[in-house]
Design a protein around this ligand. Structure first.
Ligand code: GLN
Length: 591
């Protein structure tokens, strides 16, 4: 057996006498994919996903095929059961995977749909190992953290590389170096770099430079200790990205360089930025893209002509950020109002739409537990439009219904997303159809008028993990409706879903007769997916989550129309294009 073969024995090859265990998937070509590993030190929440996605974007622009993957240390199988208040929003991929919000950052930055192969948790890794153990795959061996668990991690990464035929795989390790739950990921990266050989991998440590107010200067000690911890795991970083509130001084960068054996040009300053979309330019200006290409020896794979074109297009977008001449205030109702991360995709979708329309969409949060019919006008006096986003449970539901009513009666632009769609149906049923006791069975189990009820396919399911109606689904649009016009008169579109409840089909006729238009439906199933009110300037609800598929250069039409409607509301005396015209202009330009 050659040395390589020895190291990279295939699964079926496992010899119980050998200490080597490094399964390699079929079709894996060593050297084709190069890896960039991104670790965090000092603190979590530094924006590893943002950094990694920006670097990946620079490589993708150069014509390289990139595949990101996020590794999470937690034991959950996916992010579906996580509380967004603790962990940020649950992002849903087209294939139905419920994952960390960083996958949303990658999809937006790369304008690329990802799959479950781009997300792995310790839960998945261990579940797979235990399954294999019961199947007898390790017969004769005690199953160990090293080499079996690390082998499983390497297998995941190589599978992704082989399946996507990537030039570069960007691996982001959740949490921080030093977390017990992440230790075996780091070990796996170290092993993979050895097995795939020189120039196959590049290690990036993201660190944080403190600037205590009392001292008034930047201090590097915490960063040094964090990097030292990584080195103790046998990993020599190639690049150190210093996150900080302000640009990192040369002196601090020098200290870090001396301490870590990383040349100064590869110790870069990544200060806070007003928009994450400015960060690719920051990394590019620091020359990081070419440093990585040189480290991995893949300069010969790039196409600079391709890059120039894409970069110019990207700069057209970033040049507009922060320069808007108009401003609207969007009220968002919601339970997790104190954490921006809980609504990351909505905030992004508003930023994409606003930037394209030359209008800053400022967000204000509305706590719905306090809102009643009587005080609604006070609470909503300052907003130009309102979003009722996704949600679960009963808290604040009545307040959301009040908001939908206020928006309907006062011509305030309304966008209901999933739960917000359902609450709009409940409101309409109560106040227009006269079904005064209408409700969702999620809010009032066993209520007398269940206009929103659990999906038939959900009734049979027990347990709460990964069992909603999840992922991308086609939606048939009804001609001549607002939705149909916003989507450029398309017959069918695709959006992503994550729900258990739906409009009870028994009420559809009654709702329609009273004036509710269901402009988007599931093909071949009576599942209502988009609603609107013909006599209102902009009253739109969708059972889907359109925010998940909005991209910086391809803003989502519902959000563009919504912000355009808010502009009309805010600037009634200006002759602004109506929401359909504005959306057509923006979306035909970008698609
Ligand atoms: N709780 C509602 C349902 O399960 C809405 C879900 C959501 O807003 N994502 O259908």
């Amino acid at each position: 057996m050659s040395k390589d073969k020895d190291l990279l024995a295939s699964v079926s090859d496992i010899s119980t006498d050998s200490e080597f265990f490094s399964p390699v998937p079929a079709g894996y070509r060593k050297g084709k994919a190069r890896y960039c590993f991104v670790f965090g030190t000092v603190l979590s929440g530094l924006g590893k996903g943002i950094f990694s996605s920006c670097l990946a974007k620079l490589m993708q622009d150069k014509g390289l095929k990139v595949a990101p993957i996020k590794l999470e240390g937690y034991l959950n199988i996916d992010s579906g059961t996580l509380n967004p208040f603790r962990h940020g929003e649950v992002f849903v991929l087209d294939d139905g995977m419920e994952c960390d919000m960083d996958l949303g950052t990658y999809e937006r930055m790369l304008d690329q749909n990802l799959t479950r192969a781009n997300f792995a948790t310790s839960g998945q890794i261990f579940s797979s190992i235990l399954h294999k153990e019961r199947h007898g795959d390790y017969l004769g061996r005690d199953v160990q953290m090293i080499p079996h668990v690390t082998g499983e991690v390497k297998l995941k990464l190589r599978q992704l590389a082989a399946e996507t035929d990537a030039d570069m795989v960007f691996v982001e390790i959740g949490g921080t170096v030093g977390d017990l739950e992440n230790a075996y990921f780091i070990e796996a990266m170290r092993e993979l770099a050895y097995e795939d050989g020189p120039n196959s991998c590049c290690f990036v440590a993201l660190t944080y430079i403190l600037e205590p107010k009392t001292l008034g200067e930047q201090k590097s000690k915490a960063a040094q200790l964090g990097i030292k911890q990584l080195m103790q795991c046998g990993v020599q970083p190639d690049i150190i990205a210093c996150r900080a509130a302000n640009p990192v001084t040369e002196k601090v960068r020098e200290k870090i360089s001396i301490y870590s054996n990383v040349p100064l040009k590869r110790v870069i300053s990544v200060p806070d930025s007003a928009s994450i979309y400015m960060i690719p330019a920051m990394l590019r200006d620091a020359g990081l893209d070419f440093e990585v290409l040189r480290l991995l020896k893949i300069e010969d794979r790039i196409n600079l002509r391709h890059e120039r074109k894409l970069w110019a297009r990207w700069c057209d977008f970033t040049d507009k950020i922060g320069t808007a001449k108009r401003e609207v205030t969007i009220g968002i109702t919601g339970k997790y109002t104190s954490v921006r991360d809980s609504y990351a995709s909505i905030i992004n979708a508003l930023e994409h739409a606003g930037t394209a329309l030359g209008c800053e969409a400022k967000v204000t949060w509305i706590e719905t537990t306090d809102i009643t019919d009587k005080n609604a006008s006070e609470h909503l006096a300052d907003v130009d439009a309102i979003i009722v986003p996704g949600g679960f449970g009963t808290r604040g539901a009545e307040g959301k219904i009040v908001c939908a009513k206020y928006a309907r009666e006062n011509n305030l632009p309304y966008l209901g997303l999933c739960f917000g769609f359902q609450m709009a149906v409940v409101e309409f049923a109560r106040n227009v159809c006269g079904l005064t006791r209408a409700n969702s069975t999620e809010v009032e189990p066993g209520g007398p008028e269940p206009v929103i009820d659990i999906l038939p396919e959900q009734k049979k399911i027990e347990g709460l993990g990964g069992n909603m109606r999840l992922g991308g689904r086609d939606i048939e649009l009804k001609p001549e409706t607002l939705a149909w016009k916003l989507f450029g008169k398309a017959d069918s579109i695709r959006m992503r879903f994550r729900h258990r409840y739906e409009v009870d089909p028994r009420y559809i006729e009654q709702l329609e007769k009273a004036g509710m238009v269901f402009s988007g439906k599931a093909p071949n199933q009576p599942i209502m997916q988009i609603l609107e009110l013909a006599s209102h300037p902009f009253f739109l609800g969708t059972q889907a989550h359109p925010c998940l598929t909005s991209r910086p250069l391809k803003p989502q039409p519902m959000f563009v129309g919504f912000v355009a409607a808010a502009m009309q509301k805010h600037y009634p005396n200006e002759k602004l294009p109506d929401c359909i015209e504005a959306t057509q202009k923006v979306c035909s330009r970008t698609n």
